[in-house]
Write a protein that binds this ligand. Sequence first.
Ligand code: DOR
Ligand code: ZN
Ligand code: ZN
Length: 417
Amino acid sequence: MELVVEGRAFVKGRLSNWSIGIEDGRIVALGKNLKGDRKIDCRHMLILPAAIDPHVHFRDPGLTAKEDFSTGTLAAAFGGVGCVLDMPNTLPPAVKLIDLKEKKEAISGKAWIDHGLFAGCMPREKLEPMAPFAAGFKMFMGSSTGNLLVTEDADMKRIGREVKATGKVLSVHAEDESLIGNELERDLHDHMRNRPAEAEVSAINKLPPLGCRVNVCHISSAEGLRAAEGLKLHKEVAAHHMLLDRESKSGAFAKVNPPLRTEQDRLALLQAFITGRIEMLGSDHAPHTAEEKEQEFAAAPSGMPGVETQVPVMLSLVKKGTLPLDVLVRAMAERPAALFGLNKGRIEVGRDADLMIVDTRSMGGIKVNNLHSKCGWTLYEGFDAIFPHAVMLRGSVVVEEGSVVGERAGRDVFAGP
Ligand code: DOR
Ligand code: ZN
Ligand code: ZN
């Protein structure tokens, strides 16, 4: 055996002592006292599957003043993430095969962790040619950062049919454009008024007839959650909708689509997540420069960083006894792996050895200076968090004790034929 990692590991739904045998980047044995050429002893720590973040905006190519694939994936690694799925609203948008391929060229060799790219849906672009190269498809039903938008029922129907034929997942930004207002916005309350929960509910209700597998991204309201729960849809939630609300004092820095809503909405989402009723955690990491966010509220772009802080804050909730560990592991790793068909997300023979080693004694406050996103700001300053002691990608340690130790060896998991 090349490598054996030993400690309390999350295997088959619970923590117990295991020796994990690794060869060629894969888990090849699970047992007790396995012998290996090298051994990593994590006896006083937890070994969890590395997280899979099914929703990030790394801004490469075209918007790399906000983030690029190198800084984005490094931030992800420090936050316990071994694989990200990146959204198509880059420049040019990844909505045609040629753009998707050029995006792959642009980011080639930059990634610290594994990744897949979403292909974007537009009213008149064919989807099938992109399928072999895409992790899934993304449809914006309401306008947000970039110009991706689908508003006509006939276009949605066609998209649903095409996505179904590819067998991929359609991840949806579910806000009904026709219900989004245009009043001048001065603060977070105004932003929520322009983008009410009804817009979310209306969009969600249009999804089941599409007929393909659909993932509702970043559910943001109690009503939206209720609507999605009654339907055959996959559900994703972002940490910011569970931890922050429109009473935030951060002004335009906390402007995001869908918006931060009431404390009641926030608590409903948090409670649903804790009780395992929302299947996936997706950061919707959407960095913008501080300069852009310092503009007047109405002019500032929407979105906030989160890929590095999301899992560490959730681990602090586990430590406090608020969030069951098995619920977190399912939402951050097992379910995204299952939905998008990744050979990751579980400590199981045959899977990639993407692991996060966690010292639960190391809780501390988040400090922006210790984070790695290019945008250089966070809404989680001072929040309790447990950053992983180390993160391993396919058997190689990438980051350890706050330092980069590994190679830049991230792979495109959907490289195509
Ligand atoms: O707030 C948001 N920011 N919502 C989105 O849908 C896109 C994202 C971005 O890319 O900035
Ligand atoms: Zn979105
Ligand atoms: Zn997004």
